[in-house]
Design a protein around this ligand. Structure first.
Ligand code: G6P
Length: 640
């Protein structure tokens, strides 16, 4: 993961770098740092005081900002990084930027020569480390990244661009890097393969040459430039004062047509917290709006809703008539939305559906069927395992691909034939909420479109389903009004070490998602089971110390679920039940009920997940954890 920002400009870029890091903290927040070339403003690398300087911190970017302001760090060339630790603990000496002081020297013995930031994982770092150590390079960190800094130094012969090209040719694994060298004060070189990197093209103003930028995500540059070049696999980019160029994997310089500048409206405004205490809380409460936006303009079900937008874009009707099964690939919360969709796709569209965790699918032998619609689900559209699973499926000849994705400019959208863009808006909280419910809305539409393509959707059913979908924002508002009752539950949960979540059918994946939310932000161990599995193991865990959350809509499985609840009560377990108004389950000894405002049929998972989000949020709040940035996690997982 990790986030990168870099800039070459005629004026001080430190504020832009720090602001960019703040917007990239969703990619990791174990530590952060910034390095600048103090010779950059005048361009004279040999001037007194010229040289490389850095500030690094294991606190948040706000603390780094105070540090750079205290140090008066100011320069026109700089790189910055926010880290999600893979190799080496989150400590200052492992924080990026990493320096190389050349062979036989370490910090304090000789001025730094190379400064580098990296996102990704270098798989052959041990071999490279041994090789560089044999040449006299002294390592100061446990990171895989430091080898790249020394490698660039070892290969440098007066031209940073050539040194970086030669260095990345030696790397196995995934990388996006930004590097500068002490002898070339107004130059930053970037490269990417397997990790995202965009080029931001600035505008020349006031007679100054145009500034140029690199970032892991266009959002980091919101308000700085909206002119974005998406770098492709293997690209190396050279930023100099007032000019830039890109060279592709084969070493050939690329034209503006091959790497076009796109106008990207990144939502800098949407990241304001407003009246909320946390982004997660804000995002939970934004769900009625997010669903309304996602469904806006949909008058009827038609394949065109899923037409492609990327390099392989196709008309959806062509694909839909050609497929006879669905394979869903995703990670985390997005995987659980896929698990929910399986019930819809098989139950309503009659489409055989398999759902698989992307990191499993990509490495196992499977039996490909070219008549499969491969559906990737991803909030970010950049998750490394999901992208790799998509490419794996394509390599097996399954070219019919569709993504349900929240970022229209992402790799996932670019690489799939078809797409449905959810309009959740920027999601900042690491624990996904509005992305999940909007994914469900998109997946339900896909279900209806496939049902229609297979002649299984009557006009009457279509109208009824659409009516129910349009009513979702209002229904969600009523569910959000249950918050005070969930706060009461949360007070009890904050005292517990474990929790069980039960659901059946469509609501089993909702139980899974509820357990995930609780564990990721409150650090309470939580597991979810299909309620019918209770007696096959987890019942052994049930005591009065084990709260058991039960998702109990009034569906065909309610009576069976009630029996499962009795099994818990008989062992002294305390039940927390989300019940529909008409289920006749009432609170009593060891039985706490929150009554859902209305029964919502097949769309009920979209409503039932919301109280579970609120429960997790308020439990975390009661425990005083860092809700938006839970320990060890990151929002966008761009390493496998
Ligand atoms: C991380 C996030 C989760 C998210 C998962 C998949 O683990 O913390 O919230 O569900 O990645 O991310 P994606 O962007 O592909 O949906």
């Amino acid at each position: 993961m990790c986030g990168i920002v870099a800039a070459v400009a005629a004026r001080n870029v430190v504020p832009v770098l720090v602001q960019g890091l703040q917007r990239l903290e969703y990619r990791g927040y174990d530590s952060c740092g910034v390095a600048v070339h103090l010779g950059a403003a005048g361009g004279d690398a040999s001037a007194p005081g010229a040289g490389l300087q850095r500030a690094r911190s294991t606190a948040r970017v706000a603390e780094l900002q105070a540090q750079v302001e205290r140090d008066g760090l100011s320069a026109g060339t700089g790189i910055a990084h926010t880290r999600w630790a893979t190799h080496g603990a989150p400590a200052v000496h492992n924080a990026h930027p990493h320096f190389s002081h050349g062979p036989g020297a370490q910090a304090g013995q000789r001025p730094a020569r190379v400064a580098l930031v990296h996102n990704g994982i270098i798989e052959n770092h041990e071999e490279l480390r041994a090789e560089l150590q044999a040449k006299g390079y002294v390592f100061e960190s446990q990171t895989d990244t430091e080898v790249i800094a020394h490698l660039v130094d070892a290969l440098y012969d007066g031209d940073l661009f050539q040194a970086v090209r030669a260095a990345v040719a030696r790397l196995h694994g995934a990388y996006a890097v930004a590097v500068f060298h002490k002898d070339e004060p107004q130059r930053v070189v970037g490269a990417r393969a397997g990790s995202p990197l965009v080029l931001g093209v600035g505008r020349a103003e006031g007679g100054e040459p145009a500034p140029h930028y690199l970032a892991s995500d266009a959002m980091a540059l919101a308000g700085v430039t909206d002119q974005i070049v998406y770098l492709a696999e293997g690209d190396v980019v050279d930023l100099q004062l007032g000019r830039y160029w890109v060279v592709g994997q084969d070493g050939a310089a690329l034209t503006a047509g091959q790497r076009p500048v796109k106008t990207v409206h990144a939502h800098s405004g949407a990241v304001e917290l407003g009246p909320y205490r946390h982004y997660m809380q804000k995002e939970i409460f934004e769900q009625p709006r997010a669903i309304a936006d996602t469904l806006e303009g949909i008058e009827g079900i038609a394949p065109e809703l899923f037409d492609g937008q990327g390099e392989h874009a196709t008309a959806a009707w062509r694909v839909f008539k050609d497929i006879d099964q669905v394979l869903i690939l995703a990670c985390g919360t997005s995987y659980y939305s896929g698990c929910t969709a399986k019930y819809w796709l098989e139950g309503i569209a009659g489409m055989p559906t398999q759902v698989e965790v992307a990191s499993e699918y990509r490495y196992r032998s499977s039996v490909p069927n070219p008549k499969t619609l491969v559906v990737t689900i991803s909030q970010s559209g950049e998750t490394a395992d999901t992208l790799a699973a998509l490419r794996h499926a394509q390599s097996l000849g399954m070219t019919h691909t569709l993504t349900i994705c929240n970022v229209a400019t992402s790799a996932m959208v670019r690489e799939c034939e078809l797409a449905y863009i959810t309009r959740a808006g920027v999601e900042i909280g690491v624990a996904s909420t509005k992305a999940f419910t909007t994914q469900l809305a998109g997946l339900f539409l896909l279900t209806l479109a496939l049902a229609q393509a297979k002649g299984r959707l009557s006009a009457e059913d279509e109208a009824q389903h659409l009516k129910a979908m349009r009513h979702l924002p209002v229904a969600l508002q009523a569910v959000l009004a249950l918050e005070p009752q969930l706060i009461q539950w949360a007070e009890a949960f904050a005292q517990k070490d474990n929790a069980l979540f039960l659901g059946r059918g469509l609501h089993y994946p909702i139980a899974l998602e509820g357990a995930l939310k609780l564990k990721e932000i409150s650090y309470i161990h939580a597991e979810a089971y299909p309620a019918g599995e209770l007696k096959h193991g987890p019942l052994a865990l049930v005591t009065s110390a084990m709260p058991v959350v039960t998702v109990a809509p009034n569906d065909a499985l309610l009576e069976k679920l009630k029996s499962n609840m009795q099994e818990v009560r008989a062992r002294g377990g305390v039940l927390y039940v989300l019940a529909d108004a008409d289920t006749h389950i009432a609170s009593g000894e060891g039985l706490n009920v929150v009554r859902m405002p209305e029964h919502y049929g097949v769309l009920s998972p979209i409503l039932h997940v919301v109280p579970l989000q609120l429960l997790a949020y308020h439990t975390a709040l009661a425990k005083g954890t860092d809700v938006d940035k839970p320990r060890n996690l990151a929002k966008s997982v761009t390493v496998e």
